[in-house]
Write a protein that binds this ligand. Structure first.
Ligand SMILES: [Mg+2]
Length: 336
C-alpha cells in the first residue's frame, strides 16, 4: 500500500513500492532475475567467456550535484561502472543496484531515476538483476555493481604495459572538470552550446563500451580516466612497474573545452588533472598502432597518442611542446 503523502505534500514511497513498481520493470528481459522476486539472481556466462565484476558508489554532493536531474544521476551511476568494464575489454551484461534514499525523497524523483536507467539499459544492452533499497539519515547514496564478460584469458589489466609502448587516450580530456565549473557558475561568458556540452560530459559521461571490447589483442594495459589523466597514469605505471612521459600539447581537448580555456587559461591544467572524463587510457606496442586506429574508426571513437611508457627508473614526467618539463604536482599526479 502506498503511504499517505507527508505534511509537505510529498509522496513518500515504501520499500515494496520502490522495488515492485519502479525497479522490477528494469529486470524484464533478464531470465535469471525473476522479476526481482527472489533472494538472488542467476547468471549463465557465455561459453568461453569469464565474468568481470566492478562496483562504484556515488554520494550526493561528492560525485554529483544534489540538484542534478535524477535521470542524469542514474545514467552517471551506471556509466561509470560500464566504463570500468570497457577498460577491461568486457561486454556489459547486467547490474545490481543499492539505493540509500534520504527520508524526504519523493516517488516522482525515484521514477525519473528509474527512467534514466531504462534509457541506458536500452542503449548499452544491460538489465537490472537485483539489489536493495534502504533509507538513510545521510545524503543520497547509490552503489551499482556491473557484471560483464570477456573471452577467457583476454582481460586487459592495468599491469602488463611494456617500456616502449605508446600511450593513447580515447575522446577528449578535461571536459567533465570544466563542465563542473560551468555548473558551479565559475565560467562566465561561455557560448550556451559549449556550456551545455561540458555540463553534459560531467553529468552523463560516455563509456567507451564498443571500443573497449576491441582492446584485447591490441592493448597491453588499460584503465579508465576517473581521477584525472596523470593520477590514473600513475596507477597504470605503478601496476606495470614502469615510468612514462606525457606530451602535454598532444592531450586531446574538445572544441567546447578550448572555448572555455580561452576564457579561463588558468584552468588549462584541468586537461591533465581533471577527473570524471571516463575516457580509456591504454598502452599499445608500436607495431599495433594500425590495429588501434582501425578499432577506433570502427567504433566511431577518436583516439590520440599522448606519450610513451618508459623503464621504471625514468619516472613519470610531462613535457610541453618545447620539451620542457611541467611540474607534476600541478597536474594532479599522485605518487604511489
Ligand atoms: Mg576505473
Amino acid at each position: 500500500m502506498t503511504p499517505p503523502a507527508g505534511a509537505d505534500g510529498r509522496d513518500r514511497p515504501g520499500e515494496f513500492e520502490i522495488i515492485g513498481d519502479i525497479f522490477a520493470p528494469l529486470a524484464a528481459g533478464a531470465p535469471g532475475a525473476w522479476g526481482l522476486k527472489d533472494d538472488a539472481a542467476l547468471f549463465h556466462p557465455t561459453s568461453g567467456f569469464e565474468t568481470v565484476l566492478t562496483v562504484d558508489a556515488m554520494v550526493a554532493g561528492v560525485h554529483f550535484l544534489p540538484d542534478d536531474p535524477p535521470e542524469s544521476i542514474a545514467k552517471k551511476l551506471l556509466r561509470v561502472n560500464l566504463s570500468d568494464l570497457a577498460a577491461k575489454g568486457a561486454v556489459p551484461r547486467g547490474y545490481l543496484l543499492v539505493t540509500s534514499f534520504p527520508a524526504d525523497i519523493d516517488t516522482g524523483w525515484i521514477r525519473r531515476f528509474a527512467e534514466g536507467l531504462a534509457a541506458d539499459q536500452a542503449r548499452y544492452g544491460v538489465t537490472l538483476w537485483g539489489g536493495d533499497t534502504v533509507k538513510t539519515p545521510g545524503p543520497l547514496t547509490l552503489s551499482l555493481t556491473a557484471i560483464g564478460e570477456v573471452p577467457e584469458g583476454r582481460i586487459v589489466r592495468r599491469g602488463g604495459a611494456q617500456a616502449g609502448d605508446d600511450l593513447y587516450v580515447t575522446g577528449t580530456l578535461g571536459d567533465a572538470a570544466l563542465g563542473l565549473a560551468v555548473l558551479k557558475n565559475e565560467i562566465a561568458g561561455l557560448d550556451a552550446a559549449h556550456a551545455a556540452f561540458l555540463a553534459g560530459r560531467y553529468r552523463e559521461p560516455e563509456p567507451r563500451t564498443t571500443f573497449g571490447q576491441r582492446l584485447p589483442g591490441i592493448a597491453h594495459a588499460a584503465l579508465d580516466v576517473s581521477d584525472g589523466l596523470m593520477a590514473d597514469l600513475g596507477h597504470l605505471c605503478s601496476a606495470s612497474g614502469l615510468g612514462a612521459q606525457v606530451e602535454f600539447h598532444r592531450l586531446p581537448v574538445s572544441e567546447a573545452g578550448r572555448a572555455a580555456l580561452e576564457l579561463h587559461p588558468e584552468l588549462s591544467d584541468l586537461v591533465a588533472s581533471g577527473g570524471d572524463d571516463y575516457e580509456i587510457l591504454f598502452a599499445v606496442p608500436p607495431g599495433r598502432a594500425g590495429l588501434a586506429d582501425a578499432a577506433a574508426a570502427e567504433s566511431g571513437v577518436r583516439i590520440a597518442r599522448i606519450g610513451t611508457l618508459l623503464p621504471a627508473g625514468k619516472g613519470v614526467t610531462a613535457v610541453d611542446e618545447a620539451g620542457r618539463e611541467i611540474p607534476l604536482k600541478r597536474l594532479g599526479y599522485r605518487h604511489f
